[in-house]
Design a protein around this ligand. Structure first.
Ligand code: ADP
Length: 603
C-alpha cells in the first residue's frame, strides 16, 4: 500500500513525499519479527496524540485506514526548526514503512525523537493500540547504508555548521565535486541554535541609524575583547571581509536581515550586529543548506569523520568515516579536506583536560555534536593547537537546562542585572567572561534580569522569542507583572533594595550617565509596566582555542609549516578571538573563513 505523511509546522506547511529519505544511501529493509501484526489491532479513523519534546508539546494526527497507519501529520510543535525536521521525517517515514513505533531515536535529536514517538503512541492508543503491541518485534533501525565504501570527491568538508556549509558552497561554486560529512541527522551545529547575529562595520543599517563605525574600530574592539592575545592578522581578515561576506549572504544566499535593527553586543563600542529574520541561526542555516542543495553539494548525514588520511609526503588525501549503519567508509579527496567540525563545548572531558575549572558544574549551550573531533584529528597528524584553555561561558542562560536565552538579550536593549539581594553588581554591557564571573559570585550563582516596556519596545524580545518565553514561564524562571514590587515578591528578592536600585538606575538614565558601572550603549528607563524579571545563569558557550590556521585557512603544523591538502574554518580553529570572543563575532568568523577555505582549496 502506498502511504504518505504530512508534516505541518505553525509557520510553514511541508508535504514530504515518501521516498525522499532514501536519497543519500540505500535504506535497509525494515525487519519486524512479527511482521505487520498490528494491522488487525487498529480501528480505522483519525486520531490525535501529544508527546513532550525538547521545546514543549508535539501534537500530531494519525490516520488509520484498513487497519494500517496510512498517514501522519504533525500539527504543532516547538522544536528547533531543521534539527527536528530531520528527526520527524525519518521517524514518520520509518513508522509508515514498518507499521511499528518500536523505532530508534535519531542522532542528535533525542528529545524530539522521544516526543514524536510518545505522540504517536498516544494517538495509536486511541485507535486500540497498547504498550504490549508497541514493543512487538525488533527495534527498527533507521540507518541509511552506503553502497560504495570507497568514494572519491575533489573536496571533503567535515561538519555542516555555518563554516562547513559556506566552505562547501564556495568550493562547489568554483567547480569542485564536494561532499559534506555531518555526524548528526541534520546540518546546523551551534550556528543553528545561535541568534544568528553577525558584526559588520559599514552596513546600510548603520548608515540608516547614524552609527559611525570602521574596520579599524571593529578590530580594536575585538582585540580588547580578547585581551590582545588574538592573532591580529586573522582578526583583520574577518573585519575586512565582513561587509563583502554580508553582501554574499544577502545577494547569493538570500539571507534576510532585519532592515532597521542592529544590536550592540557586550564589548563593542558601537551597535554593529546585523540580526537575521526571526533573530535565529535557522535563517542562515536553512538558506545555506538550500543553496548547497541547489548547487549539487552532496550531503552525507549521520556520517562521522574519524581520521585524516595522509600520503607518504604528509599531504592530507582523505578522511576515514563511519556511519550510523556501522559502516566504515573511505572518502578520498583530489584537492583537499576542510575541517569545520566546531568547538568542544559539549565534551566535558576535553574541557577539563584543557581547563579543569570548566567542569561538570557548568551546563552548556552547545549542541551535542560539538565534541572537538576535528581538533583531535588534526592533533593526531601533528597539527598545531592554540589557546586551548580559553573556554567561554555565556552569562544569561536557562539555569535548569543551560540553553542560551535569547529573551535575555533584552540586556542589550537596556535591561539591568540584579542579584538576590536586589542590587546591581556589574556593567550589563561588559564582556561575557566578566559578567559570567560576576554572576557566579552572587548568591546561588544566579542573577535576575529586569526590564519594562521602554526596553521591551526596542526589540520585543518576549514576542520574537515567544517559544523560549513559554518554556521559561513553565519552569517558573520568568515572571511578568504590572508592578516592580510584584517582580521582587515573586522571586523573594529584598523588595526595599530592589526598588532603591531601580530608582537609582532611572536617575542615571535621566542624567545620561551610569554613575555606578558606566554602562555603554543607550540607557533606558525601567518605569513603564508591565515589567519582566528573568532568572539567568552562565553556561559553557564557546571554545576560543583550536587548530592553528593562516589567513588562507590553511592548517599549520607545530613548526608553522602548511600541512598540504588541509584547511580549517570556524569554531574548530583557534587564536582569532584570544581569551574571550565578543558577541556576534562567531558568525562573522565562521562565514568569512568558511568561504575562504572553500575558495582556497579549489585554487
Ligand atoms: P561552526 O560554527 O564552526 O560552523 P558548528 O558548531 O556550527 O561550527 O558546526 C559544526 C558541525 O560539525 C556540527 O553540526 C557537528 O555535528 C559537526 N561535526 C562535529 N564533529 C564531526 C565529525 N567528526 N564528523 C562530521 N561532522 C562533525
Amino acid at each position: 500500500m502506498k502511504r504518505s505523511f504530512k508534516f505541518i509546522s505553525l509557520l510553514l506547511t511541508l508535504v514530504i513525499v515518501l521516498g525522499t529519505l532514501t536519497a543519500c544511501g540505500k535504506k535497509e529493509d525494515y525487519i519486524n519479527d512479527e511482521g505487520s501484526s498490528n494491522v488487525e489491532t487498529y480501528s480505522d479513523g483519525v486520531y490525535q496524540g501529544i508527546g513532550s519534546g525538547n521545546g514543549g508539546d508535539i501534537l500530531l494526527e494519525v490516520t488509520i485506514k484498513d487497519g494500517e497507519i496510512s498517514s501522519i501529520e504533525v500539527l504543532d510543535h516547538k522544536e528547533t526548526e531543521i534539527l527536528s525536521d530531520a528527526a520527524f521525517q525519518k521517524i514518520i517515514q520509518g513508522v509508515l514503512d514498518s507499521q511499528s513505533v518500536n523505532i530508534d531515536h535519531v542522532t542528535g535529536a533525542t528529545f524530539s525523537s522521544a516526543g514524536i514517538i510518545l505522540a504517536l503512541k498516544d494517538a495509536l492508543k486511541k485507535a486500540g493500540g497498547n504498550d504490549e503491541i508497541f514493543k512487538k518485534g525488533e527495534k527498527i533501525n533507521l540507518a541509511d547504508r552506503e553502497e560504495e565504501l570507497n568514494q572519491t570527491y575533489d573536496v571533503i568538508v567535515i561538519g555542516g555548521g555555518g563554516a562547513g556549509l559556506s566552505a562547501a558552497i564556495e568550493a562547489k561554486a568554483a567547480g569542485a565535486n564536494v561532499v559534506l560529512l555531518e555526524k548528526m541527522s541534520s546540518v546546523g551545529g551551534n550556528t543553528l541554535v545561535s541568534g544568528g547575529g553577525l558584526n559588520v562595520p559599514g552596513t546600510e543599517q548603520q548608515k540608516k541609524l547614524g552609527v559611525e563605525d570602521s574596520v579599524d574600530l571593529f578590530i580594536e574592539d575585538t582585540l580588547n575583547g580578547g585581551d590582545n592575545i588574538n592573532k591580529k592578522e586573522l582578526v583583520r581578515v574577518i573585519a575586512e571581509n565582513a561587509l563583502p561576506t554580508t553582501k554574499w549572504l544577502i545577494d547569493e544566499i538570500k539571507v534576510e536581515f532585519m532592515p532597521d535593527r542592529l544590536q550592540q553586543f557586550g564589548g563593542h563600542s558601537v551597535a554593529r550586529a546585523l540580526i537575521p529574520k526571526n533573530n535565529q541561526g535557522t535563517e542562515l542555516i536553512k538558506k545555506l543548506k538550500n543553496h548547497g542543495d541547489d548547487l549539487g553539494v552532496i550531503f552525507k548525514m549521520e556520517t562521522k569523520a574519524e581520521k585524516l588520511i595522509m600520503d607518504e609526503n604528509n599531504k592530507v588525501i582523505g578522511v576515514m568515516a563511519t556511519n550510523s549503519a556501522g559502516q566504515e567508509i573511505t572518502f578520498n579527496a583530489n584537492k583537499g579536506v576542510i575541517i569545520a567540525s566546531g568547538g568542544f563545548g559539549a565534551n566535558l572531558e576535553m574541557r577539563k583536560k584543557y581547563n579543569p575549572e570548566k567542569d561538570e558544574k557548568y551546563k552548556t549551550t552547545d549542541v551535542a555534536g560539538t565534541t572537538g573531533d576535528g581538533i583531535t584529528m588534526v592533533e593526531d597528524i601533528g597539527g598545531d593547537l592554540i589557546h586551548m584553555e580559553h573556554i567561554q561561558t555565556y552569562p544569561t542562560c536557562n539555569p535548569k537546562t543551560g540553553i542560551i536565552s535569547y529573551v535575555a538579550n533584552s540586556r542589550f536593549d537596556g535591561a539591568v542585572l540584579l542579584n538576590q539581594e536586589g542590587i546591581r553588581f556589574v556593567e550589563e554591557m561588559d564582556r561575557r567572561d566578566v559578567i559570567s564571573e560576576a554572576i557566579l559570585s552572587q548568591t546561588n550563582g544566579e542573577s535576575y534580569l529586569v526590564w519594562g516596556q521602554e526596553v521591551e519596545e526596542v526589540g520585543h524580545m518576549t514576542e520574537v522569542h515567544k517559544n523560549e518565553y513559554d518554556v521559561f514561564e513553565k519552569m517558573d524562571l520568568i515572571y511578568k507583572a504590572d508592578t516592580l514590587e510584584e517582580l521582587a515578591n515573586h522571586f523573594d528578592i529584598d523588595k526595599v533594595k530592589f526598588m532603591e536600585s531601580i530608582e537609582k538606575y532611572n536617575g542615571y538614565v535621566d542624567n545620561g550617565k551610569d554613575e555606578e558601572f558606566n554602562r555603554r550603549g543607550s540607557l533606558k528607563h525601567i518605569a513603564k509596566g508591565p515589567f519582566y524579571i528573568q532568572k539567568v545563569t552562565p553556561a559553557i558557550h564557546h571554545t576560543m582555542g583550536g587548530i592553528v590556521i593562516n589567513e588562507d585557512a590553511r592548517v599549520l603544523d607545530k613548526d608553522g609549516n602548511i600541512i598540504q591538502g588541509l584547511f580549517a574554518a570556524g569554531e574548530v580553529t583557534g587564536g582569532i578571538h584570544g581569551t574571550n570572543r565578543l558577541g556576534g563575532n562567531a558568525v562573522t568568523d565562521v562565514i568569512v573563513f568558511g568561504r575562504i577555505a572553500g575558495q582556497k582549496v579549489v585554487e
